[in-house]
Design a binder for this molecule. Structure first.
Ligand code: GLU
Length: 420
């Protein structure tokens, strides 16, 4: 689904313009947000297990450190490029501002397919990448975390490399999403999915929908899509009608057995090989346009496009992925009365618990899972209310409203700091 013309950073700039116009900001107030503070590109060489050497491009973009250290994940995916990383970094600035946590935005990535590397190769590549970007990383400067294609083990290696380069000081606060044994937070692994579940629950309340009568289709079965599906089925009791992985999707009008599908996928199975009575195999497009109340894209950007937006049947789209809906598609969905709850709100649970992890690392004092989940819920519910309030006040769609909430904070901080 990656096309040549699609430039996610341009999409972000268009979204910022739209929101700034809606709330009456002048160009000079927010223009700085279209200029990432720092872009680092590094060349990584990896000694393969067979003795040969492979080369990869790595990036770290710091979009803004206006409201705190830059914060954002590291993506390992063959499609990673500078415009994608710039957009992802910018989205982090707006995400942290909309949930009002004291961070700026950053993002990193390596153009690599991690499934083609052995465990030892993955460790060497991660250490090479961590060392290459280490001059601009640090607990008060820029704090990476997991994203598509990376996980707690990769964060552990990243942290170990930063600690070694710091002459052996233990610097757990240099990265979040680590294993609990190394200062990771309880609840971090499930945090993004739990945040998505919280937003879906708030939508049901606001629009008077009985959760048990709602049908939800989810694109993805990874850490975000999988956890969202599990919690929406188990805690809200909604029907999950569709799920997918890289090999394709599965659909059952009356509902899928989410638990069984997740243990199948997590055990290494591909959904194209999953067969059960009444379960149909569907393409990505068929999943996105299937009959449901809530559609949750939880994979990559550029999924709901001008081509398929006219066929989306959901009443609500909840963006668990970053940037799944193009600007053109957003307009089409809006005209069709479909409400889109944007990524910067819907998937913010991950970075909120990353923030808690960093706070715990800095204090060297750790919280219970209940405390983490409770505090995250509070922040997500308040952010949801702020966005809905702005949408009412400015008669706008939810994405514009979320950007308005974030812009108000960012512009205020810019004015307070002044220009150097
Ligand atoms: N990669 C996640 C995101 O896009 C989490 C970032 C973080 O925890 O810093 O929000």
């Amino acid at each position: 689904m990656r096309d040549e013309k699609y430039n996610p950073f341009n999409e972000l700039c268009l979204t910022i313009d739209k929101a700034a116009k809606a709330c009456g900001l002048g160009k000079e107030d927010y223009e700085f947000l279209k200029h990432p503070e720092r872009e680092l590109k590094v060349a990584l060489s990896l000694r393969r297990d067979d003795g040969s050497v492979s080369y990869y491009d790595g990036y770290r973009v710091q979009h803004s450190s206006l409201c705190g250290p830059c914060k954002g994940g590291i993506r390992y995916h063959p499609g990673v490029n500078v415009d994608e990383v710039k957009a992802l970094a910018g989205w982090m600035t707006f995400k942290c501002a909309v949930v009002n946590i004291p961070y700026g935005g950053g993002k990193g990535g390596v153009a690599v397919d991690p499934s083609e590397l052995s465990e030892a190769e993955l460790e060497r590549l991660t250490r090479a990448y961590a060392a290459a970007i280490s001059p601009i990383i640090g607990p008060q400067r820029d704090i990476p975390a997991p994203d598509v294609g990376t996980n707690a083990q990769i964060m552990n290696w990243f942290m170990d490399t930063c600690s070694t380069l710091a002459g052996g000081s233990f610097v757990p606060g240099a990265v979040t999403g680590k294993d609990v044994i190394l200062g990771g937070s309880l609840g971090r692994k499930e945090a993004t999915g739990r945040g998505v579940r919280t937003v879906v629950g708030e939508i049901f309340k606001r629009y008077g929908i009985k959760p048990k009568e709602a049908v939800v289709a989810i694109q993805g079965t990874g850490n975000v899509g999988g956890v969202s599906a599990a919690l929406i089925a188990a805690e809200l009791g909604s029907t999950v009608s569709a799920m997918s992985d890289v090999s394709g999707g599965v659909y059952r009008e009356k509902g899928l057995d989410v638990k069984e599908i997740l243990s199948f996928v997590n055990g290494g199975g591909l959904l194209k090989d999953y067969s059960r009575e009444g379960v149909q195999h569907v393409t990505n497009d068929e999943l996105l346009t299937s009959e449901c109340d809530v559609l949750i894209p939880a994979a990559l950007e550029n999924q709901i496009t001008a081509e398929n937006a006219k066929d989306v049947k959901a009443r609500f789209v909840v963006e668990a992925a970053n940037g799944p809906t193009t600007v053109e598609a957003d307009v089409i969905l809006g005209e069709r009365g479909i409400k889109v709850f944007p990524d910067i709100l819907a998937n913010a649970g991950g970075v909120v618990v990353s923030y808690f992890e960093w706070v715990q690392n800095n204090m060297n004092y750790y919280w219970s899972k209940e405390e983490v989940n409770g505090k995250m819920r509070e922040i997500m519910v308040r952010a949801f209310a702020d966005v809905v309030h702005a949408a009412d006040k400015y008669s706008s769609d939810m994405r514009t409203a979320a950007y308005i909430v974030a812009l108000a904070r960012l512009v205020k901080a810019r004015k307070a700091r002044g220009f150097f």
